[in-house]
Design a protein around this ligand. Sequence first.
Ligand SMILES: [Cu+2]
Length: 449
Amino acid sequence: MARKVSRRNFFATTAAAIAGSAAAIKAHAEDVTAKKAIKNALTSESAEIPEPVLPLSLDGNSYKLKMEDALEPLPMDPARDSFPRVDMNRSYSMPPATMGRQMGRVQTIGQPALGYEMDGNVKVFRLIAQPIETNITYGFTKETYTLLDESGPYEQFRYRPTASKKLLGWGFNGICPGPTLEAFEGDRVRIIVRNELPQPTSIHWHGFKIPFAQDGATGYFPWNASRPILPGDEQTYEFTLHQSGTLMYHSGFNVLVQEGMGLAGMFIVHPKKEEHPIDCDIAILLQQWNFFPGNAAPNLMSMEAKIATFNGKTLPTLPMIHCKQGDRVRIRFGNLSLLSHPIHLHGYDFEVVGTTGGPIPKTARYRESTIDIAPGQTRDIELVAWNPGTWRLHCHVLHHTVNMMANAPMGIMPPEGMFTYLQVEPRNPNDNPKSPDAPWKYEGDWSKI
Ligand SMILES: [Cu+2]
């Protein structure tokens, strides 16, 4: 029976799958009848208990898949059902020439941005999914150590050196995670995706209000809107942006593996009109990685990720966020890891102003100094950088801020992981925020900052 079902037309068109909904209603009605029969059977000793069935509705036909058929394993052919992880004969494209010519309003710290070209009134972006060799961190190197002041009695309590950490992952256009896309609400965008990976892939546009055919959650079942992009092939997504906010993109096929390898990025949709100008607009993608010791390819089997990153990097390789005192700063977080991350900023409370659903109505905004971002969520925070200093910005699950702790389990661990700084440069260059005598006052309304 299972073989019979699998030989049916599983690769039906979307239209046929929708036509199948009538059959689904019929199957549901039959299911209700079966449940009633079970209920009757349980209340009557003589009645025969009907065999439980799993209703399946595919491509316009209604199927009854028996329980024992569902449990029957499908035959596996090791020669057919495996593929090389990396095809050594395949060469990879250089990143598209549009890199760098982008809107430039949002800085994805540590990552270059993606540009676009115009085709009529359509913004055309190009993404090439490909294996990437990069460094999550170069570690605390000799050069970094020259910055440390650990003389005198501090010397015996020095930071432990940390190793560099290489990542052999999957990304887009030569970087991992992929570059940030930027556009405006109302724009028509076209994203041409080329697959240079050793397995099929697709891009799911996470949080977008777009037609089903563009969703990118691909597969081989009839209810999947489209098939994934085969290795070496290209596919185009095109849609109009009917929303604004901090959105994301990630693999829509073999997702646990492909997101775990790094196929993810952010997509910022600016509103037609900003509420107020933003001086410093930052995007940070939260990800986690796992490795066997000494291995650069992610271990996708473990659920306890050891390395947490902002934009695929950690200190000291990840840059700080820099702004000037008085700047209005917006920081957008997107979480495509498998755990929640409560991100905390020192020296400030901030206003939570946006989600994947766009700007939060003014009356519903709230102030916090830590914002929890669950897997799949985005959160935008805003603040006026009135308080000069080099303030820590980090995940407050502290395992996520001391990556590779195995290197120095009881030592003095340098910060890594989901950790950077918001460096607020004083307007007056003579002010030194580190001095205990530095002028520190705010004369305005405390509730307004
Ligand atoms: Cu965390």
